[in-house]
Ligand binder design. Structure first.
Ligand code: MG
Length: 360
């Protein structure tokens, strides 16, 4: 009953790279967009309009035109279903609920356009100054998929083409509204965003890693945490300097990067690392990230100790971790907690640290 036309002939000028071929997890953006429409009752065919889309199983690919609407027109030529959904190839996060809502509304009203209310204030502009104050409640932003009765949308496109206006329109709802009738609105979704610039990809492929470490307190060894010397009668028993938070951070970074843990890189029976300054472990992890073209987007460290009181050192430790990794301190958060005198840590026999890292 429905065919889906996926407009995938964008030239990605704003991105500087082929955004539809970029990956989110295992799939390309385009494949993920296509997958969103598979296995939905009532959808007969998926048609990709693209000159250079790679082969995606189970879909029909047709060549596009110079502009979006010329491309969509090529897609329309290939469809004979009663209804059609037009969707942007660069909106891979569309949900099944939204697709079904649009389909339902299209069956009922002959058209359906998902929209979002505007939450920011809206201003008219003129020569770099604010010139008017429109009521934002009178406006919405519109998304895709947009649904139409195929025969009516084809007619609207034919009229636009005849008047030589086809290239001026930015979406189908404008063409349909102009030549057929106003489009019916349905609620869109914030998450159904269009990937337009490189910044839109930031964080989408975040890699997550966690690390944990615990060392026993011993007398006669300086206490080092996050590379900072802390005034305390005990230090941490270890092959290295025992800097548990740096070990936890190193593990978080290594595992997020898909590597084995710190013990594999720096065996604790290797004499080279006896009393080693733990900053070298972190440096090694940072080198690996660099080799893999990964960077730290966020790092959280939690130190668990009954004593000493760590609040005077928190800011210094946070700054030091950021400096060691050559990242801005805003990307690092650090907290300290006790175990309310419970267990080994509560009895001041040990100190533990946790770390969580997100890499992009
Ligand atoms: Mg350790």
């Amino acid at each position: 009953m429905f065919d889906v036309i996926i407009a995938a002939n964008g030239n990605s000028v704003r991105m500087g790279f082929d955004k539809l071929a970029a990956k989110i997890g295992e799939n390309t953006v385009l494949a993920r967009t296509v997958n969103a429409f598979r296995d939905i009752d009532g959808i007969e065919r998926i048609i990709i309009v693209s000159d250079d889309a790679p082969d995606i199983g189970g879909v029909l690919t047709v060549k596009g035109g110079k502009t979006r609407e010329l491309s969509v027109m090529e897609g329309l030529k290939a469809t004979e279903a009663e209804y059609v959904l037009i969707h942007d190839g660069a909106r891979p996060f569309v949900s099944k609920e939204l697709i079904e809502r649009v389909m339902q509304c299209t069956r009922e009203y002959g058209s359906a356009v998902p929209c979002l209310k505007i939450t920011d204030s809206l201003r008219g502009i003129s020569d770099g100054y604010v010139s008017s104050f429109p009521d934002r409640n009178s406006y919405v932003t519109v998304q895709t998929p947009q649904g139409f009765r195929t025969e009516k949308l084809k007619r609207a496109f034919a009229c636009a083409e005849k008047e030589g206006l086809l290239e001026r329109f930015t979406d189908e709802s404008e063409i349909y509204s102009r030549y057929v009738s106003p489009c019916k609105l349905v609620d869109g979704e914030q998450s159904n965003r269009k990937l337009t610039t490189q910044a839109d990809f930031f964080g989408l492929n975040a890699r997550i890693g966690t690390g944990f470490d615990i060392h026993r307190y011993v007398e006669g060894k300086p206490l080092k945490l996050c590379g900072i010397e802390i005034d305390h009668p005990y230090g941490l028993l270890a092959h290295s300097d025992g800097d548990a938070p740096l070990h936890a951070v190193t593990d978080a970074l290594l595992t997020a990067a898909g590597e084995r843990d710190i013990g594999v890189f720096f065996p604790d029976d290797d004499p080279r690392y006896e009393n080693a300054d733990s900053r070298i472990f972190l440096k090694k992890a940072a080198e690996i990230l660099k080799e893999k073209n990964l960077s730290v987007n966020f790092l959280n460290v939690t130190i668990i100790a009954q004593s000493p009181k760590l609040s005077p050192y928190i800011e210094k430790m946070r700054q030091n971790i950021a400096a060691l990794l050559n990242i801005s301190p805003e990307k690092v958060t650090l907290s300290a907690t006790t175990t309310e005198k419970l267990g080994l840590i509560g009895e001041n026999k040990a100190l533990a640290a946790l770390a969580a890292a997100a890499l992009v």
